[in-house]
Design a protein. Structure first.
Length: 457
């Protein structure tokens, strides 16, 4: 099933304070060379628990994801195949190994479980097939789909372009995949997760099994409170999902996946294109937001572009403490030294440029924030510490009521709150002739859903 590969294990060691170019070259030996698909040796554990604060950000070590219950129960009540468990074990024990045979794990049973894992009320794709319609005659459909995938005759369909409003009033483009594409993508992601989840860094939280935005927020709070943080870099990659390079995405995946059939499936989804108002357009770069496979591709991409590089940078180039929390393309870093923060920001821009990416000029800010920020700014006669937004919350420096000690507090971001209130107002106007009991039941669900995310302390 696997193929061992001899890899040059050039050390990542770089003297503290060494230039970013030297660090980049060191990391690039493992990541960027076209002739080498080696993976950077990863020594840091991939930690998660209910609170999910990263080990390096100051919380006691916790059980790894891989030591949690081995496989989630499937629709039929059984557990995933021992074959997938073996893939995960091999990926954990041999981090430089490439998997040459994976597609046989994509079984009819896995397709069935993937189908039942999909949202049942989701909008249909270009095929106009709903979940309920596909369930009729499901077994025959899945057998036929499995045959097409295994024989190589499966064809990906274009995503249907839709737009949803953003909090700032702009429109976010989404791609709604056809139902069979969703099923196959979910199955492939299930397989690939066994490989990548044991190698991703602990500070990566976005769209990963067993991880949530609240865990990322908790890790950030722990790092800001327990580490020597005086400066915060709030960074956002401009149009990441739209500008992601197909070539680089495939090459990064090939670091661990040598099964050409899996690679071809991913290439089919990347190149399937988009249909908008009946017009098909080619996608030469980017991956549709909303596609089942997009979050995994994005995490693999940023694992090599950012995570491994940034971890080397903070261990080898930084003069003081550095914390990192990343959720998809939205990331926050804390620095003890301002010089470190400014140097990292410059190096990060250069790093992204290698892959055709750039930081959002308006959403990327370096601010004074931390335990001593209020005191230092008061001594200089300037205003209170600035705030920053992350995952829908505005973070600010505060004090505990009883002890007066420093803590990080957060409230719902104003744009998020305003956007939600406007949406509720519009829907209430639409429902003004409905029964009060029906409107009340709907509003209760909306408020409860909002509080489940924004009211968590």
């Amino acid at each position: 099933m696997h193929e061992n590969r001899e890899i040059s294990s050039a050390p990542l060691g770089v003297s503290r304070g060494r230039s970013a170019k030297a660090i980049s070259r060191t990391a690039d030996m493992h990541v960027l060379e076209k002739s080498d698909c080696a993976v950077v040796p990863v020594n840091q554990p991939n930690k998660a628990a209910q609170t999910a604060a990263e080990v390096g950000e100051g919380r006691a070590q916790m059980k790894e994801n891989i030591d949690q219950p081995r496989m989630l129960p499937t629709q039929s009540g059984t557990r995933m195949s021992q074959g997938l468990d073996g893939v995960r074990k091999a990926a954990r024990e041999r981090k430089q190994e490439r998997f040459t045979s994976l597609l046989h794990h994509l079984t009819t049973s896995l397709l069935r479980d993937s189908f039942y894992a999909l949202q049942r009320q989701a909008s249909p794709g270009i095929d106009s097939v709903t979940w309920q319609e596909y369930e009729s005659g499901l077994e025959d459909r899945l057998v036929e789909l499995h045959s097409r995938v295994q024989s190589g005759t499966y064809r990906a369909q274009p995503s249907r372009r839709v737009y949803i409003p953003k909090a700032d009033g702009r429109q976010r483009p989404l791609g709604v995949a056809a139902l069979e594409d969703k099923i196959v993508q979910h199955a492939v992601v299930t397989i690939l997760n066994q490989i990548y989840e044991v190698g991703f860094k602990g500070f990566s939280y976005g769209f990963r099994p067993g991880r949530s935005p609240h865990q990322a927020l908790d890790a950030l709070a722990v790092g800001l409170e327990r580490k020597k943080v005086n400066w915060v870099l709030d960074a956002d990659i401009l149009g990441f999902f739209d500008n992601l390079s197909h070539e680089w995405a495939v090459r990064f995946i090939e670091h661990r996946v040598a099964d050409r059939r899996i690679i071809r499936l991913i290439q089919k989804w990347l190149k399937a294109g988009v249909s908008e108002d009946g017009q098909w357009s080619e996608t030469k770069q980017g991956t549709p937001q909303g596609a089942v496979v997009s979050p995994l591709i994005a995490n693999v991409y940023l694992h090599y572009v950012f995570d491994l590089w940034a971890d080397v940078w903070r261990r080898k180039a930084a003069q003081g403490d550095v914390i990192i929390v990343r959720y998809a393309d939205d990331l926050v870093m804390g620095f003890q030294q301002r010089a470190d923060a400014e140097r990292f920001l410059e190096d990060f821009r250069e790093r992204l440029a290698k892959f055709g990416l750039q930081l959002h000029p308006e959403k990327t800010r370096l601010i004074e924030f931390g335990r001593y920020a209020a005191r230092d700014r008061k001594q200089r006669g300037v205003a209170k510490p600035e705030t920053f937004n992350f995952l829908g919350f505005t973070h600010y420096c505060g004090q505990r009521h009883k002890t007066g000690t420093y803590t990080v507090k957060r409230i719902t971001a104003k744009k998020r709150m305003v956007a939600k209130l406007k949406a509720i107002k519009a829907e209430l106007q639409h429902r003004k002739h409905h029964r009060s009991s029906e409107v009340g039941a709907w509003l209760r669900k909306v408020v409860n859903g909002y509080y489940q995310y924004h009211a968590v302390p």
